[in-house]
Design a protein around this ligand. Sequence first.
Ligand code: R5P
Length: 289
Amino acid sequence: MADAEGLKDADNYGINIPVSKQSYYLKGLEHADWGIKDRMSRIFNKKSGKTVMLAFDHGYIMGPTSGLERIDLSIVPLLEHADSIMCSRGILRSCIPPTFNKPISLRFSAGTTILNELNDECIIDVDEAIRLNASCMAIMVSIGGKYEAKTIRNLVHTADMGNKYGIPTLGVTAVGTELVRDARYLSLATRVCAENGATFVKTYYCEEGFEKVVAACPVPIVIAGGKKLPENEALEVAYKAISDGASGVDMGRNVFQAENPIAMIKAVKAVVHDGLTSIQAFELYNDLK
Ligand code: R5P
């Protein structure tokens, strides 16, 4: 029986002390549900408001690409330096220690390899995302491609399930060979993702007008690194994207294919979280290397 008598009287009501106003630190997510905010705040550093996600989901479309032949040897040593990781469920289960305890961006769509043009993508089951304790579900969206409607439908369906269970949706803009990665196209692609329910969006950096791409997207944008560049150039892309308002990077090949991947991810983090210029970060990379 619960005690009903002899209880200490409640008398600490803070009368005349205003209730503190809280506001969420990530763009466009003030009105998101608690679970979405909780998971997003695991991905995005609360001090800098940014993230360094390590992407190594390439095998789901490319097979054992350079740097990902042995995830246990190349990626596991990098895990402690990433704010979040992005990978497929197969690699997560087979290679990533469950004691890792950092936020997982789960590759949530599949259906095509590099041997084919992008085609009929499917999505996996939300039960898997819950079972794997995913912090977000990453959906590929092909704006302007042949399967545009199908991939937008996948995004909409994922956002519906994500809202039901409090799991963010990451819209990943795929750019086919026939489309130009300029600000006009990237603004359209990222905005369409946000309008259809993406909690945040991953896209590519473009030299001209990227600040407009970021401004017109009502939720945070992170950039993919793309094909391997010399380390100083990859750091410059990261620096320019952050200067133009990106909320972080979701970088793969430019980290795990770098001459020294640990030094590279530390240099990228210094750009994203500590405000180093690309020149300073490249010096840091060389020192660490
Ligand atoms: C893209 O769809 C892949 O899923 C990668 O996650 C993404 O491209 C980021 O990797 P990278 O920096 O190598 O382009």
